[in-house]
Ligand binder design. Structure first.
Ligand code: NI
Length: 188
């Protein structure tokens, strides 16, 4: 099981590497890492588990955040929670060699501020992101996949794909004016 301390902190230079394309078939080790990443993200979104295992809540993770400079990402999004039964439904995305092939004109940003498992501090400012985007890549078996993402999932894909190019969300905040063009974009 992954722990929060296994995730690289922003000071770690490996986060600045440009990750390498994955060649199929995936190694056993990579398959194992993907399972661990998904498990971490799911558990981190379940309060009792996050507390028990001391996990920082997160929605997405790129392999490089574990020090693996390969182009794969995982995103886990809670889509339903039944209060009576406590049943949670997650949608899980695992994409190998992901690429954004098209995007909306519309730009959005996370009003509360974007977060990252590698950035353990409060950050002022907004990160402009496409409201919708289409991602192409491969599943773990090497089948080509295409995903149409919107709203927070669209942001998560852009954020995670940036990691594969050594880019952190803090890099995308205007240094002089962290809330630049705020009124031109839609907050979510
Ligand atoms: Ni991140």
């Amino acid at each position: 099981m992954l722990k929060t301390k296994d995730i690289l902190d922003e000071k770690d230079k490996r986060l600045r590497l440009v990750s390498k394309e994955v060649v199929f078939p995936l190694s056993k080790e990579d398959k194992k890492q993907i399972k661990l990443m998904v498990e971490y993200l799911r558990n981190s979104q379940i309060e009792e588990k996050a507390e028990k295992y001391d996990l920082r809540p997160g929605m997405g993770m790129a392999a490089i955040q574990l020090g693996i400079a390969k182009r794969y990402i995982t995103i886990v999004n809670e889509v339903d929670y039944e209060e009576e039964t406590g049943k949670r439904t997650f949608e899980t995305y695992v994409v190998i060699n992901p690429k954004i092939i098209s995007n909306s004109e519309e730009i959005i940003y996370v009003e509360m501020g974007e977060g990252c498992l590698s950035v353990n501090r409060e950050v002022e400012g907004i990160v402009p992101r496409y409201a919708r985007c289409t991602i192409e890549g491969y599943d773990v078996d090497g089948n080509k996949i295409r995903i149409r993402a919107r709203e927070e999932v669209s942001i998560a894909f852009q954020h995670e794909i940036d990691h594969l190019d050594g880019i952190l969300f803090v890099d995308k905040i205007d240094k002089k004016n962290p809330y630049k063009n705020k009124d031109k974009y839609r907050a979510i």
